[in-house]
Write a protein that binds this ligand. Structure first.
Ligand code: MN
Length: 289
């Protein structure tokens, strides 16, 4: 990593980073407790911030500079000395603070388990919340490797809260999850193969007025996004994911988001840049389309 860490997304010396006026609050969350295959997600947020400092800030599609709406990056969450449960509590409490300031939280992971406390915090503020989970994996196990806090269980925790859930891009699912789905018709899944073959029908009517969107970077095809802990073949492509998010923004008010599971790899800086650009496109679509 850099000698001097980048502390602000996109614009280290710009006036757009004012914590009092920013509309978007970026929360770098270097959480890494239950990752099972490849370690390194704790480096994800800093890699995204570093790549974002090299990014052009004009969006040619939206014909504006979305960052001018105000994007403030909070200090990197410090999980030192905390166990997994305490780290998740810190993450959720940080998001509560952001919401109290009327800002839209955009959390950078870090492993996906952070989404559960974040979604719980957003749900407290928006009781009608629906969740869209864009991921290769269902993450619907009741627990994984002995803990209900696992990254493989986050959407089960969302279901536990009674929050309507729409999963998109899924192509890795366990027998336990398949069995669970049979008892939970309120969870809708759009499989990756349906999108790839052009016959996906997304049940947009399931969205509430307010929506939270969590994007696990492993939803992308590993040929485009290799730097994830658990890559799966047959993933979505760049413009498919952008179009999905843009459509979500047209149909619902996105009140919180996260981009998780970047696991930076030596020699694969394209992954860091892709994650940073994705975050910026999300900000642009959320505020300007
Ligand atoms: Mn995943």
């Amino acid at each position: 990593m850099e000698d001097t860490p980048i502390t602000q997304f996109g614009a280290p010396d710009a006036p757009y980073c004012n914590p009092e006026t920013a509309r978007i609050a970026i929360i770098p969350a270097p959480l890494e407790y239950s990752v099972c295959y490849m370690k390194g997600t704790a480096q994800g947020p800093q890699a995204i911030l570093a790549a974002s400092s090299q990014m052009e800030l004009y969006d040619e599609e939206l014909a504006c500079c979305p960052i001018e709406a105000g994007v403030y990056t909070y200090p990197v969450l410090n999980y030192h000395g905390l166990d997994h449960a305490a780290a998740l509590k810190l993450t959720g409490d940080t998001v509560r603070n952001v919401l109290a300031h009327q800002q839209i939280p955009l959390t950078l992971g870090g492993e996906h388990s952070l989404s559960a406390p974040v979604i719980a915090a957003v749900h407290e503020r928006y009781p009608d919340l629906s969740v869209i989970h864009i991921d290769a994996h269902g993450d619907l196990r009741n627990e994984y490797e002995g803990t209900p806090l696992s990254h493989a269980s986050i959407e089960r925790r969302v279901v536990d809260l009674g929050i309507p859930l729409l999963e998109i891009g899924i192509r890795s699912f366990s027998p336990e999850e398949a069995e669970f789905m049979q008892s939970k018709p309120d969870v809708a899944i759009v499989w990756a193969y349906q999108i790839a073959r052009g016959n996906a029908s997304i049940p947009w009517e399931r969205l509430s007025k307010h929506t939270y969107v969590t994007i696990d970077l492993d939803v992308f095809d590993p040929g485009e996004m290799p730097a994830v802990g658990t890559p799966e073949p047959g993933g979505l492509h760049w413009y498919q994911v952008l179009d999905l998010f843009r459509e979500i923004c047209r149909r619902s008010e996105v009140v919180g988001m996260d981009v998780v599971e970047l696991c930076p790899m030596p020699g694969q800086t394209r992954a860091d840049f892709m994650a940073a650009k994705l975050v910026y496109k999300l900000i642009g679509y959320r505020l300007f389309q």
